[in-house]
Ligand binder design. Structure first.
Ligand SMILES: *Cc1c(COP(=O)(O)O)cnc(C)c1O
Length: 486
């Protein structure tokens, strides 16, 4: 073979010496177990040093480096400056902790490294199994379909694409103009901004996502919603979808989902539920009634990396009708054609149900973790998180300098330091300063929200490591910093 004469030798990315890399891998596992086991002894957040930032702003590597040296750099410049969501005092945005077994599952998935979309191989059956379990978990129709995706945003966007494409069969080919009027969709003003991205991505435009005002409990005002639908119809617009919140990002509010479902049915609209974290509260019987409509929604989006504490990234979308789901995405291609036998046979490609073609084997960690813990343990942990927020609420109510800004309806609570002699404007500045210092001192990591113009310190508890004393430390920290500042 002439071509080989030009090659001195053939290369691979495999280790030159497997033994050496195997040894390094064992060290990595030990280090990460130490890291997780001792997480609570470290500050929740550590400012990144200039040295580390500098090490992460280097030219493209040209020549190889020994794996041990690459790992040394990781330990010096990356690991110490983690986000902190593995920590028991982290309650920012809505970020789960992950688990040790989840970490190992990701390693196994990455080692197998299938492209978990197409072909006859175990990964496809693992995902099918997991989707069946997740439907059962929500008491969702077993004939429904589902897809694991990167997270709640993509799960929501996927569902909205299905909603739109189902509304008029011409849309996929002819675009939104096929419906002969401006498509409109509806949600509350407290809805997560991924829904605006969804409206934008599907060409509806975020202006035509009507953000209906909320009542004092941050739930959508149903009267205003119906009015908006009627006005839009009268003006020749084309309503196609209502989005309900099962747990808003600011306060954990749950929209009156059954009422929304009824309105959607009455006006022939798709009913979607964004349950990114809140849908999981369905595991707590106390929320059974308020979240019942999840069982009948046309589609539901939720995350497993939030309130199922799984390692990033993994979210899920469920769609009531598999055919509708498929017809929103499936497209024939000769290079993806199904064969009767062999590798190209098997379960229908997952790409018929979503945007992605190449997908990692995130299903493995879901499968392993559900088996490892069983659903009852998740149920107890979710109840625990809700009880901890009630406890925090009591702690706040017992502190004269703290003011609660939301009700402890689920696992989210907003409050602020308020010495009662300042304007809202000053309080906003003061509380923002308190929050930044809480982080800088590594005391605790809640985040923030703006509620009716009031800057709130916001705790979103999807943390399986938090203990009562962690919330006590937060309250003490806020009071102490606030008093120092005034
Ligand atoms: C987090 C969140 C999302 C987005 O989910 P990602 O996993 O971050 O993409 C959507 N809606 C709500 C209510 C959320 O809390």
């Amino acid at each position: 073979m002439k071509i080989f004469e030009t090659l001195a030798y053939e290369e691979t990315l495999d280790p030159e010496d497997w033994k050496v890399v195997r040894q390094l891998a064992h060290t990595m596992v030990d280090d990460m177990f130490d890291y997780l086991e001792n997480v609570k002894n470290r500050p929740v957040w550590t400012p990144i040093t200039e040295g580390a930032k500098n090490a992460l702003n280097q030219p493209l590597p040209i020549e190889p480096m020994m794996p041990e040296h690459v790992y040394e750099e990781f330990k010096a410049h990356i690991l110490p400056f983690n986000m902190g969501n593995v920590h028991p005092r982290f309650w920012s945005w809505v970020n789960g902790n992950g688990t040790a077994m989840g970490m190992m599952a990701d390693m196994l998935a990455s080692g197998m490294n299938p492209n978990n979309t197409i072909g006859e191989h175990a990964g496809q059956y693992v995902e099918r199994q997991v989707i069946t379990w997740l439907k059962a978990m929500f008491n969702y129709p077993s004939v429904g379909s589902g897809l694991l995706v990167s997270g709640g945003s993509v799960a929501n966007i996927t569902a909205i694409i299905v909603a739109r494409n189902h509304f008029d069969q011409q849309i996929r080919n002819a675009g939104n103009a096929a419906v002969g009027g401006l498509l409109t969709m509806y949600c509350s003003s407290e809805t997560h901004n991924c829904m605006m991205k969804a409206a934008d991505v599907i060409g509806v435009g975020s202006d035509n996502l009507r953000k209906i005002p909320v009542d004092s409990d941050f739930q959508i005002n149903v009267v205003a919603l119906e009015q908006a639908i009627l006005e839009d119809k009268k003006a020749g617009k084309v309503p196609f979808c209502i989005v309900g919140n099962a747990g808003t990002v600011n306060t954990g509010a749950i929209d009156p989902l059954s009422t929304l479902q009824n309105l959607a049915t009455e006006y022939g609209l798709w009913f979607h539920v964004d349950g990114a974290f809140g849908a999981l509260a369905k595991l707590d019987a106390a929320f059974g009634e308020r979240l019942k409509a999840i069982e009948t929604a046309d589609s539901v989006a939720f995350d497993l990396h939030k309130w199922m504490y799984m390692n990033y990234e993994v979210g899920c979308v469920l769609v009531r009708d598999e055919n509708i789901h498929r017809s929103a995405f499936a497209q024939a291609a000769s290079y993806l054609a199904h064969h009767e036998r062999g590798l190209a046979s098997g379960i229908e490609p997952r790409s018929n149900f979503g945007l992605e073609l190449s997908r990692n084997f995130k299903a493995l960690k879901v499968w392993m973790l559900l088996k490892e813990h069983g659903i009852e343990k998740y149920r107890r942990l979710i109840r625990q998180n809700i009880a901890q927020i009630k406890y925090l609420s009591e702690l706040i109510d017992n502190q004269m300098f703290l003011e609660r800004l939301s009700e402890p309806v689920m696992n989210v609570l907003c409050f602020r330091f308020n010495p009662k002699n300042m304007s809202d404007e000053h309080l906003n500045m003061l509380n923002k300063e308190i929050l930044m210092r809480l982080h800088e001192h590594g005391i605790a990591a809640p985040s923030y929200g703006l509620l009716n113009g009031k800057y709130a310190i916001r705790v979103a508890n999807v943390n399986h490591r938090s203990r009562k004393e962690d919330f006590e430390a937060l309250v003490e920290g806020v009071v102490k910093l606030g008093q120092e500042l005034i």
